[in-house]
Design a protein around this ligand. Structure first.
Ligand code: 5GP
Ligand code: ZN
Length: 140
């Protein structure tokens, strides 16, 4: 199967990984909405949250740990959690992923969640998050 996120799990395509456990991997989104925008995905291929009843449950611990990491390490004041199922919902990569979007006091509100902020240095963010359940590494 030709799946971008399966290739990231396999290490065939590099990513800035911030957390990993037996079931899930979390890595920085390559085109972040906010500083620290992270994708949490199951290691196994599942198209979306409608495709397998247990898939979201399997990555729940990773979602919690990564959200905590974003708050503790980046000083986020809050977090949005979003997962799109189906092209009509805006899904572009068809391997289940949960967007974890750190939110900061100077850029509040649900409507602003996908408004990108300029000048995010992904390597700087990865360095700030390195070392906690992480295998680190530069990449996409
Ligand atoms: P969707 O629109 O499917 O919910 O989100 C897909 C996300 O994957 C987008 O936010 C996009 O920026 C991110 N993305 C696409 N290709 C890559 C990639 O090669 N590496 C990383 N780290 N993120 C990617
Ligand atoms: Zn996949």
């Amino acid at each position: 199967m030709d799946c971008l996120f399966c290739a990231i799990v396999a290490g065939d395509i590099p990513s800035r990984q911030v957390y990993a456990d037996a079931a899930a991997v979390a890595f920085l989104d390559i085109n972040p909405w906010k500083r620290g925008h992270t994708l949490v995905i199951p290691r196994r291929h599942v198209d979306d949250l409608l495709a397998a009843d247990e898939a979201l449950t399997e990555i729940a611990a990773a979602i919690n740990a990564t959200a905590r990491l974003l708050v503790d390490r980046l000083g986020a004041d809050g977090v949005n959690l979003l997962s799109s199922a189906g092209a009509v919902a805006g899904q572009e990569v068809f391997h289940l992923h949960v967007h974890l979007v750190p939110r900061y006091a100077d850029d509040p509100g649900l409507r602003a969640v996908t408004d990108r902020v300029a000048g995010i240095d992904l390597d700087e963010v990865a360095a700030a998050l390195a070392g906690a359940g992480s295998s680190g590494g530069a990449g996409r």
